[in-house]
Design a protein around this ligand. Structure first.
Ligand code: SF4
Length: 351
């Protein structure tokens, strides 16, 4: 069964070269034939003019297809080409965009239109398209493949879902490594002569058949090659591991001053974090310290922990072993942790 070959992709870090050429051809052929018969008639699919493809892709960022259609048609009637867009008064441009939200998209469109005119025409290679304002990797790939027939896989959320299921990808699709694996799979699968159509077919399958919660596998043109279906995991994939909720932690830092010097301790060379950095003490390191007036408080986030540090003055009879009195004026010459720096800024702010 072709799916058996594909499913090997995710279980090891095997290169997609294990995907047989025959299997990739079957997927391409099935997907493109299905797309020809079932694609939705959308206004931006009626020609491959790069300006029109570009405007549609920018509008479709963060906005649903049905909502975009009337805006797209009005926008194109008002600004039919790059020149009209480049010379539009900003107020008019924003009025045409009103309702779509995210106005930076409209401003970037105009900035890019001016750049295109300066450069003598719409760029025809991936790197130059990517260089335009408001265009990221996905949009550049979509324009390059649809308008210029360049072989670049365009991975939006729909394409990522279909590819994860097709290859049975069990890793977290938010991770860069998994994204790279899916990109490699897409690059193997993409039709060398019809890359734009292939990209659109993959995204269309994700939008209409291979939907997030309830994929219609019985109507899917590539079901015979789908690893997730073979494993009965089509509803489970792709995996998105939610970030754990941030933890809140309250801590105290003590500023102990004596004759222009500040008491601090240094992390050991094997410390898992900030090895060799100097820190201000907390009450747990100096249980005999006498805590005085509160100076201020600040927030600091480390990975998934939101700390709130309260900084107070303190005094101590004798510094215990492992602590040093550091000249306050020379603290900028040693590696101080960020939290110690922030605490000392609170102290400076108090003066
Ligand atoms: Fe998606 Fe089902 Fe098709 Fe697999 S068989 S690609 S899960 S619709």
């Amino acid at each position: 069964m072709p799916g058996a070959t594909l499913s090997r992709l995710h279980h090891s870090n095997a290169e997609p070269s294990v995907m047989s050429a025959r299997n990739a051809r079957a997927i391409r052929r099935g997907l493109l034939a299905w797309y020809q018969r079932h694609k939705r008639d959308l206004p931006w699919r009626r020609d491959r003019d790069p300006y029109r493809v570009w405007v549609s892709e920018i509008m479709l960022q963060q906005t649903r297809v049905v909502a975009v259609i009337p805006y797209y048609e009005r926008f194109l009637a008002r600004f039919p080409d790059v020149r009209a867009l480049a010379s539009a008064p900003e107020q008019e441009l924003l009025a045409a965009w009103a309702g779509l939200g995210y106005y930076s998209r409209a401003r970037n469109l105009q900035k890019a239109a001016r750049k295109i005119l300066e450069r003598g025409g719409f760029p025809r290679d991936f790197a130059s398209i990517l260089d335009l304002d408001g265009i990221g990797d996905y949009t550049a790939s979509a324009i390059a493949s649809i308008a210029f027939n360049l072989k670049h896989a365009a991975l939006d959320g729909n394409a990522i879902r279909v590819l994860s299921r097709l290859t049975g990808e069990c890793g977290n699709v938010k991770s860069g490594v998994v994204r790279e694996r899916l990109r490699t799979a897409a690059t193997v699968l993409i039709h060398p002569k019809r890359p734009g159509e292939f990209n659109q077919a993959l995204m269309e399958l994700g939008a209409t058949v291979c939907t997030p919660k309830d994929p219609s596998c019985q109507m899917c043109p590539v079901a015979a090659s789908c690893a997730a279906r073979e494993l009965g995991r089509e509803r489970e994939l792709p995996l998105k591991i939610a970030r754990p909720k941030p933890v809140r932690v309250e801590q105290k830092l003590l500023v102990i001053e004596k004759s222009g010097r500040i008491l601090a301790w240094q992390r050991g060379p094997l410390s898992p974090r900030l090895a060799g950095f100097w820190e201000l003490p907390g009450p747990e390191e100096l249980p005999t310290a006498k805590i005085g007036a509160r100076i201020a408080a600040f927030q600091h986030t480390i990975v998934n922990t939101n700390y709130r540090f309260e900084v107070s003055r303190a005094s101590i009879g004798r510094a215990p072993n492992g602590f040093r009195w550091l000249a306050a004026k020379r603290l900028n010459e040693i590696p101080l942790s960020t939290t110690a720096k922030k605490a000392l800024q609170c102290l400076a702010g108090e003066r």
